[in-house]
Design a protein around this ligand. Structure first.
Ligand code: ADP
Ligand code: MG
Length: 759
């Protein structure tokens, strides 16, 4: 895109270019054109001043009501104080200067409207109320209503408001963008039939900008999706004359973002699918079918359908890359195990990777139990075609580790269970055919690649299972290089989970909760109590990996399990057997505690979020989450999924100090109101910042997604995916689409690579 690559100093001159480079990190015409307004205002509409927060960088439109200059008492300075209003509230602007130096008295007479930009602070006069102020703001007078223009027209005019930047004159940006736009010539002539709009028509004699930027989106697609051309879109986003025009511009530019990203993902999928892998077709009579026949329950329709999809993928000589998502308790493990056995039947090995040791150990035990004699090859009582299951975690003793490694290397172990460390360690497999990644919320492209590289002379099939259901938009972007299967239904007969908020205004609820726990324990049931931190030592961060932002509002630090433990033992739950589980325990201790809980030697498990995913003890019926507001929505849903796993009803209590009506309470109420994980994950997405979802670190420079949001643009993302898939299918190397190829190259080598790799 030659003309978008044009350095700004050529178009705007050195001085302005330097200011833009320093203030906003903008270097080329393209950088500048992609620096979009943050929002738009009507000229007739003033910015509400009441919601402004200390420290916030703002640009507000307001009207001057009062101008007052005064000399400073203790220094030779002079201060001009201007009060502006939004019609109700007021904001004070202070301009400091020396008498005689330029202060904007002449510009800002009462009645003038203007844009004012700066950092909000609080001015506390010695007497009187504290007042919000902008000290020495940037300002721009908004053209007054003139006789020639109708009042309505004047009031309706749209004013773009750019993110304010320290040290950058409010006029500079608008003027610079205007200059660049003026040099982009909008194509007015209709295109010749079949002509390529990207080839500059009669380019001779024009500056490089004149031909307009080359368009990454093919003309046929623009037409099919009713998208406007790029120069028009830049005009519409920066200088809209109507909301319609702005809407068309936004739609077009969102498409650019979505489309190029989906092209990148489609190419990844295509490249991965072309790799060789060993086909592992289902065996007529093997471990997989034997296992299925012995299951103590019927598979759900969903399990059957997804199982068939996976079986078909494994039967092909190209690697499977599939994402399996299903709500908590939907029975993903059985599906995975079936797939692993199919690979074992085909002479290969399967690795199951869990996010924590606790979960790896539990998988090891439950897979052992589910397989029975099918998993005890070479041991007394082993079935004839049996395989062996190996556990490989960081905490194994040297001897056990050596034995396990040997089993893995020789191929004696068909199934290998471990944590993700399994990938980093130099573990040799005899013939690794399938890798299952369990309960992963984020498993980036990078890790997926590391995994594929594990096997030489072919790639393993990969099945990723998510910890929580994820919204479609996330599936299509963050996991967009994978095929997706969804387990939409829970096994029949699954007991319900009731969830209640235990709020600060009803202390009796909390007392009742402890009573309820004693009753449940009296009936032989078990209870989880979860705290956000360990609370053992000073400055201990605990394990609440994803705990909602704490202490932002100066709240007390969240409850630690070590603080709660004596209280439970001596008072609230005295007489009950309480075990403690957290991330800082030695792996052996963790395993021992989990084992005692599973074997009902403990009534209560007091834990951090180490039990968040996967832990499966059907006899546990109550989950109490202390300081529940410190956890995210999906995390609460995941935690709650630890109860109600058998036929017994589950009860989840969300204990909180959060006041009624607060954001935190709304979140907890939402969790209490539904057990639909997909619904909650959408809510979670709405509440998180995009960057958190995408995992991209955003320092200053905005992400490759400027306009597109995962929350609101499902349609665009879906349509762009469809178009991108078709285009890559037809023209994998983008040979006929040089504009697109260039755009893709810049996406891939910029900060945007992070988007793909760190998620
Ligand atoms: P998740 O999808 O959360 O990982 P699991 O695989 O741990 O769920 O399954 C949850 C529980 O449901 C396990 O105890 C499992 O044995 C049981 N389960 C799985 N499939 C079925 C089924 N079709 N019918 C009844 N119980 C099932
Ligand atoms: Mg699971």
């Amino acid at each position: 895109m030659a003309n978008l690559d044009e350095p700004l100093h050529k178009v705007l001159g050195d001085k302005t270019a330097k200011v833009l480079a320093k203030g906003l990190d903008l270097h080329t015409v393209g950088d500048l054109l992609h620096h979009y307004p943050r929002r738009y205002a009507h000229r007739g509409e003033l910015t509400p001043l009441s919601g402004l927060e200390d420290g916030e960088h703002v640009t507000v439109m307001a009207e001057v009501v009062k101008v007052q200059g005064r000399s400073l008492t203790r220094s030779p300075g002079y201060v001009l104080e201007i009060t502006v209003t939004d019609g109700t509230g007021e904001l004070k602007l202070s301009f400091f200067g020396r008498r005689g130096s330029y202060v904007p008295e002449r510009d800002l007479a009462p009645g003038t409207r203007g844009l004012f930009a700066g950092k909000i602070s609080t001015y506390r006069p010695r007497s009187g109320k504290p007042q919000r102020q902008l000290a020495h703001p940037q300002y721009k007078v908004v053209e007054a209503q003139s006789a020639e223009r109708a009042a309505q027209e004047w009031a309706d005019e749209i004013i773009p408001i750019y993110p304010s930047t320290k040290g950058l004159d409010i006029e500079t940006l608008g003027k610079s963008i205007g200059m660049v736009l003026d040099q982009l010539q909008l194509p007015t002539d209709p295109l010749p039939p079949g002509g390529d709009p990207r080839t500059p028509a009669e380019g001779a004699g024009r500056s490089s900008l004149r031909s307009g930027p080359s368009d990454p989106i093919p003309a046929t697609l623009l037409e099919r999706r009713a998208l406007i051309g790029l120069p028009e879109a830049y005009e519409g986003i920066h200088r809209p004359r109507s909301w319609d025009q702005l809407g068309r511009a936004r739609k077009r530019l969102k498409w650019d973002e979505a489309f190029v990203l989906q092209i990148a993902l489609a190419r990844r999928r295509r490249a991965a699918a072309a790799l060789p892998a060993k086909a592992r077709p289902p065996a007529a009579r093997g471990l997989a079918s034997e296992f299925e026949a012995r299951l103590p329950f019927d598979l759900t329709d969903g399990q059957r359908k997804v199982g068939d999809e996976i079986a078909a993928d494994l039967a092909v000589a190209h690697p499977m890359h599939r994402l399996l998502q299903g709500d908590v308790g939907s029975g993903k493990t059985v599906v995975a195990l079936r797939a692993m056995l199919q690979v074992v039947d085909g002479g290969g090995q399967a690795a199951l990777l869990a996010p924590t040791e606790v979960l790896a150990q539990q998988h090891f035990r439950s897979i052992g139990a589910l397989l029975g004699d099918l998993g005890r090859a070479g041991q007394i009582g082993g079935a004839e075609h049996a395989t062996r299951v190996a556990l490989l975690t960081g905490s194994l003793g040297a001897k056990a580790r050596k034995a396990a490694l040997l089993d893995v290397a020789s191929g004696a172990a068909g199934i290998v269970v471990g944590t993700h460390a399994l990938l980093q360690d130099h573990v040799q497999f005899a013939d690794l055919g399938l890798v299952v990644v369990d309960e992963q919320h984020r498993f980036g492209v990078e890790q997926r690649d590391a995994l594929r590289a594990k096997v030489t002379g072919g790639r393993p099939h990969v099945l990723v299972m998510t910890a929580t259901p994820i919204p479609r938009t996330v599936a299509m972007t963050v996991f967009g290089d994978l095929e997706t299967s969804v387990l939409g239904q829970l096994p029949a007969g699954r007991a319900e989970i009731r969830t209640h908020v235990v709020p600060p205004e009803k202390p009796a609820f909390l007392a009742r909760a402890w009573e309820r726990i004693r009753e449940e324990a009296g009936e032989g049931r078990q209870i989880y109590i979860v705290c956000p931190r360990i609370g053992e030592r000073e400055g201990d961060e605990g394990d609440a990996v994803d705990a909602a932002p704490a202490d932002e509002e100066g709240r007390r630090s969240p409850l630690g399990i070590m603080e709660l433990l004596p209280l439970l033992q001596d008072e609230l739950l005295s007489g009950l057997r309480v075990g403690v589980l957290h991330g800082k325990l030695h792996a052996d201790e963790k395993d021992a505690v989990m084992r005692r809980f599973t074997e009902r030697e403990l009534d209560v498990l007091l834990a951090t979020t180490v039990i968040e995913v996967g832990v499966d003890v059907p006899n546990a019926t109550v989950m109490v989450i202390m300081d529940a507001d410190r956890f995210g929505v999906s995390q609460l849903h995941q935690l709650r999924g630890r109860v109600g796993r058998g036929s017994l009803h589950g009860l989840c209590l969300l204990v909180t100090d959060a006041e009624p009506g607060s954001k935190a309470r709304e979140r907890l109420d939402a969790v209490a109101s539904t057990t639909d994980g997909f619904k909650l994950s959408r809510l979670d997405l709405e509440q998180r910042r995009e960057g958190d979802v995408l995992g991209a670190t955003q320092a200053g420079r905005s992400s490759s997604l400027r306009l597109l949001t995962l929350q609101k643009d499902e349609d665009v993302i879906r349509d762009a995916r469809e178009e991108a898939t078709a285009l890559v299918e037809a023209d994998p190397e983008l040979a006929a689409h040089p504009g697109l190829a260039a755009e893709l190259a810049s996406l891939l080598d910029e900060d945007r690579t992070e988007f793909l790799e760190k998620t």
